[in-house]
Design a protein around this ligand. Structure first.
Ligand code: HEM
Length: 314
């Protein structure tokens, strides 16, 4: 007794640095389709299928994640469930939209080759089609030096090194699901015309950082309504953290924005950050970024460790 169990292996798409391309697919259960062992085996095999793409073409650094929503969890895994698994939050007093989308499964694929992501995603969606319909699919790209389409660098203050796992992965506090992660997805659509009419100085006050050089503004220059001030939350002397894997998407003349993705060992950090962005109940302020972009979808999933997902096949 007392021997430390090795940390279960997380799914490959959670921790590594940002990729050049991303493909997010959210799927919904088909009415009347029973979940059976054929589906369990198929889900259990997805991490290996992602690995196989990466093994055949290592330079493509193909990575991915399968996430499972709260409403479908019990049908797949039975009674055992991650301690904090729940749906996308409903935020009281919200004055900006934070809609919750009725979906059950997430595929988050990423890597350096978008053709391989397309191929892999297509095969997975076809194989899952007996049980799930794709509801929202977003093809994303790295924009310049990791910038959002607003022109601001996105992801700068993400945790680095070992901190990424500490922030993103469930640990001993819920040992049965260690190595797993709570993921939240929101698709934001930017109002690019309005944004581009805003002088750079005012854009910087909206974000709370400088645009070209990506430096944090001084406290005096950083209003309470700045995005980074809404999401910086201190609790017991420590800042709440999430690991963001968000990516831009868009088409010329069409919808464009940020596919926001947050991985964390608890759903609470995202929930608190989002509440301070959309709801004036805490200090009377909301996030002024939301005058220029709006969430059109939202969903929460748990991403089991490789071992936990593989156990579905037994
Ligand atoms: C920081 C953009 C939504 C949480 C930032 C930064 C930018 C940005 C440019 C500063 C650079 C950085 O540290 O990454 C956006 C855009 C969003 C969006 C364009 C939507 C359209 C969200 C949401 C959350 C969030 C929904 C969480 C609920 C954070 C956090 C930071 C951050 C935690 C780091 C703050 C710090 O420690 O300085 N975001 N963001 N963001 N954002 Fe967002």
């Amino acid at each position: 007794s007392g021997a430390l169990k090795p940390m279960p292996i997380p799914q490959s798409g959670i921790l590594p640095a940002a990729s050049a391309h991303g493909l997010f697919v959210m799927l919904r259960r088909r009415l009347g389709r029973r979940i059976d062992d054929a589906l369990r085996s198929m889900l259990a095999a997805i991490p290996d299928r992602i690995d196989n793409v990466a093994l055949e073409a290592p330079e493509t650094l193909t990575l991915g994640v399968v996430g499972i929503g709260a409403n479908t969890w019990a049908d797949l895994f039975g009674e055992a469930r991650p301690q904090w698994l729940r749906g996308f939050p409903r935020i009281s007093g919200a004055i900006h939209p934070a809609p919750s989308t009725d979906v059950d499964l997430l595929l988050h694929l990423r890597g350096e080759r978008c053709d391989l992501l397309y191929e892999l995603g297509e095969r997975l969606v076809v194989d899952l089609a007996e049980w799930f319909d794709p509801v929202e699919t977003t093809a994303c790209f790295r924009y310049r030096e990791g910038r959002d389409l607003t022109g601001f660098v996105e992801g700068t203050e993400n945790p680095v090194g070992d901190e990424r796992a500490t922030v993103a992965l469930v640990g001993e506090e819920d040992a049965a699901w260690a190595g797993g992660s709570y993921v939240h997805i929101q698709r934001y659509v930017h109002r690019m015309n309005e944004w581009q009419k805003l002088p750079v100085k005012q854009q910087e006050a909206v974000i709370g950082r400088t645009k070209e050089s990506d430096e944090e503004l001084s406290d005096d220059d950083k209003p309470l309504t700045a995005h980074v001030r809404r999401v910086e939350i201190e609790q017991d002397g420590e800042e709440l953290e999430i690991l963001r894997q968000s990516m831009p998407y868009g088409t010329p003349g069409g919808e464009k924005g940020l596919l926001f993705a947050s991985y964390c060992k608890t759903p609470v950090n995202f929930e608190k950050m989002l509440a301070r962005m959309v709801s004036p109940t805490a200090d009377g302020r909301v996030d002024h970024l939301l005058n220029y972009t709006r969430a059109v979808s939202g969903a929460a999933f748990f991403v089991p460790s490789r071992e936990a997902l593989a156990s579905l096949a037994k």
